[in-house]
Design a protein around this ligand. Structure first.
Ligand SMILES: [Zn+2]
Length: 197
């Protein structure tokens, strides 16, 4: 988790104290990053262990779990197949959401295969629990989501899978943003999509 958080920081997917990561441990408890810390400089000792209801099992004095904990717990409670959750603020993903461009159109075949259609959920005030409410309707069916005016949410069986989905998501957002600067993107046809499935 520390290595992946550092990689996210290096890649510019997060800045300052932003972003949060969690993972389901073998005993069913949840490992999560602390609030108010730079994720690029985390140490393993700073990570917090909680139960599935969010009750602290172990944490260094003075450290509390991420302010987006409710969003993470919602996913673990709903989906038994998910072992890791990553929330980031990738620049192109957020920029597209600011101008109302979604990633829910059939544009790039390999992205459709790897991520499916990516929904953008309505704006929710960060760190208030509202994010949990807006992701609830779509998280059962999607492994990558854009939080409008805010960031990304990717999930996976483990942290690496959730991280790779974040990389693919931001790479796609950058490609789509560039395409919109060059002209009007052309969508894949139904026939093209059928051949992918
Ligand atoms: Zn955030």
């Amino acid at each position: 988790m520390v290595q992946i958080a550092s990689r996210m920081s290096e890649k510019g997917f997060i800045s300052g104290f932003a972003g949060n990561l969690s993972a389901r441990l073998d005993d069913g408890s949840i490992l999560v990053t602390p609030a108010g810390t730079c994720k690029g400089d985390l140490t393993p000792e700073q990570l917090i262990v909680l139960d599935l209801q969010g009750k602290k099992i172990s944490a260094l004095p003075g450290l509390n779990p991420t302010s987006e904990l409710l969003m993470h717990l919602e996913i673990y409670q709903r989906r038994a197949d998910i072992g890791a959750v990553i929330h980031a603020h990738p620049v192109a993903c957020v920029a597209l959401s600011l101008v109302g461009i979604g990633l829910d159109k059939p544009l790039i075949p390999e992205v459709i295969v790897m991520l499916g259609i990516v929904p953008t959920v309505p704006y929710a005030t960060p760190s208030t629990g509202e994010c949990r409410e807006v992701i609830s309707p779509v998280i059962d069916e999607h492994n990558a989501i854009i939080l409008a005016h805010h960031g990304s949410l990717t999930v996976g069986r483990d942290l690496l899978e959730a991280y790779y989905r974040l990389e693919i998501l931001e790479h796609t957002a950058r490609t789509v943003a560039l395409a919109h600067q060059l002209g009007e993107p052309r969508f894949l046809t139904k026939k093209d999509l059928k051949k992918l499935s």
